[in-house]
Design a protein around this ligand. Sequence first.
Ligand code: ADP
Length: 483
Amino acid sequence: MVYLLDRKMETTATEAQDAPPPTPVAEVPPRPPAIQSEWVKRFLHILIEPRAYLTALYLLIAFPLGVTYFAFLVAGAVTGAVLSAVLVGILILVAVMVAAWGFALLERDLAIWLLGAKIAPLSLPNLEVVSTWEMLGRHLRQATTWRSLAYLLVKLPFGVFATAITVALLGPPIAGILVPTTRLLAEGPTPYTFSTLIFPGVFSVLGLALALHILGLIGRAWGRFASDMLGVGVAERQVWEARRRAEAADRSRRELIMNVSHELRTPIASIQAHVDSLLLPESVRPDAEETDRRLKVTSAETRRLADLIEDLLMLARADTDDIKVTIREVEVGPIVEQVALAIQPLARDERKVTVNYEVASTAVWALADPDRLTQVLTNLVRNAVNYTPEGGVVSIRVPAAGGAHVQIAVSDTGVGISPADLEHIFERFYRADSSRSRNTGGFGLGLSIARELVEAMGGSMSATSQVGLGSTFWISLRRADPH
Ligand code: ADP
């Protein structure tokens, strides 16, 4: 019908444009056979679909399963209720609940495997360790528990229907296919055995396809019911997810407070000891040179604390997605040069480390915040200098290679980082060499802040290293169109 209508409209449109003689609808080459053959193909295709037979199997075993659940649960519940005055009755009721849970799990798996149903988990993982009794209590308060119990009881009447209809629909066509086939095999090819291949043979094949379609419809409808009854509801999942996120945030806050208190303890103790010693009576006070040294230590520690506060503020901003980055097209070469030149004198004089830089001859442009990029690069180069022994070399490279990203590599010939440490290097407060840097170096926040900043610019950071040979830190930024 639709086809004829379409053709008619096409013809009318053509008429309007070129006014050719009207084409009678009847003369249109007939396409319906193609549609029919497509329909027949689709109708028969079910015969080779494994899912159709799995669904039939599911429906066939629905009755024995339904009757087992029903008998077990009802008998258990009645016995438990009758004996509930004594402990054994309660234990029976608990056993019935556990068995019901097991049956529900089995039913969920069967519906997934055989019907191809999509079902959420029966329960959500406990966010904390709880006792068996508490677990049982939660289990009883959960809506899915009662929904799945109702499902198990409904499975019996459904099973009666499903198994009966499966046998009724599949029995005749299967017999109609098997009988002529066995006869042909047993009696050999005769006009009679051949004729039975056509009737009932061919009709049985059609009947089998029809039966599988009907069973498929029943299976899909039941699969949807199973998914509503055996899976955790969307609202429950959302509440669980919100709770999980709140608890993770709470845990991370507690960890942060613990780490910060721990980090503050050493410098504050050091400042206090030095200042106290300068407040001693004049007779026991250190001499001028020692006083000067102690004041310098106090000043250095105070500066470290100020840096820590800055880092913590930055992390707090990162946690509230409040890091301000102004991303624009930036030429990377001059920034690399500026950072290298700024650190070179200090690295050479204080640590006898050479800082090189190497930028591609053609300008490389990236999408970044120039101030933040300078901050990140400075941090990486400072680290590289700090963890490289005298005579070592630190180099910053910007390979010109094309692609969607610009890479900046900061390499050193320093102590390197072990594979176990490398996994955690970007975590907050993580220090690979705690004994070496705990009292004098940073607080293990530099790299985590650097990564947050690079990610805020739409890029990423990574590191490779070999113990004793050195490390390379990579910044990858989105490439900007060349100017
Ligand atoms: P910190 O301020 O303590 O250096 P970072 O987050 O910058 O903190 O670095 C974390 C740890 O990573 C450092 O304590 C150090 O152990 C290790 N590290 C960082 N950069 C290098 C490097 N270039 N070579 C070797 N180890 C490094």
